[in-house]
Design a protein around this ligand. Structure first.
Ligand code: URA
Ligand code: SF4
Length: 201
């Protein structure tokens, strides 16, 4: 069997952490381009809609996120989308460090199989887990670079946050959107430069 399918089928019946017993309907495995995509995005965990249909970023935040992708010239099929935990935390609470750690080996295997050119953590839970940035606020870590397994990795604010801001602080909302787009343009450039280097050498 193809190695990604092996990980997928293990996740589908996983009961390694408490999230297996919190009322998940479907574990949500990553989806999109599985062979060396320019971009792999890693969010926090499935919400209600994702849990229902088993597809990451298929709810409100995901639809908002798709607009950003489109503005950058990418379709959902051309990138890989995933989460640090595959099962929905009840009432969308933040997954615990223990839950994230329990699930990490799946994500790590996915990254090693898929080999994205660049990884983008969506939101702080993902960045804390994958970039080793501890509890530092997003405003300081967005757009900064580390490596994961030799792959450049950065982070942007979660679209659920942009959506919340839109309701009570239009100015901050606009600033976050502009900043996120600017960071993402740099991310795309980095992925494309890596591709060029590859071709040359
Ligand atoms: N938020 C996430 O972090 N992941 C999803 O899949 C959906 C919403
Ligand atoms: Fe298993 Fe991850 Fe689901 Fe926990 S969140 S039960 S580790 S697949």
């Amino acid at each position: 069997m193809n190695p990604l399918k092996v990980v997928h089928s293990t996740v589908m019946s996983c009961t390694k952490c408490q999230l297996a017993n919190e009322g998940r309907i479907n574990p949500v495995f990553g989806n999109g381009k599985t062979v060396r995509p320019d971009l792999m995005f890693i969010g926090e965990g499935p919400g209600a809609e994702e849990d229902q249909c088993g597809i990451p970023f298929s709810g409100r935040a995901g639809r908002e996120f798709n607009k950003l992708l489109k503005a950058l010239g990418y379709s959902r099929d051309s990138v890989y989308m995933d989460n640090v935990v595959k099962c929905r935390p009840l009432q969308n609470r933040t997954p615990t460090t223990g839950e994230v750690e329990s699930c990490h080996s799946y994500l790590d295997q996915q990254i090693k199989i898929i080999k994205p050119k660049v990884i983008v953590c969506i939101g702080k839970t993902s960045a804390s887990s994958l970039m080793g940035v501890g509890n530092k606020p997003m405003k300081y870590i967005q757009g900064t670079w580390k490596t994961y397994d030799g792959i450049p990795i950065t982070t942007i604010y979660h679209p659920a946050y942009w959506l919340r801001l839109e309701n009570y602080d239009k100015k901050a909302w606009k600033e976050v959107k502009i900043k996120t787009f600017e960071i993402m343009r740099g991310v795309v450039k980095k992925a494309q430069n890596l591709e060029k280097q590859n071709e040359q050498g």
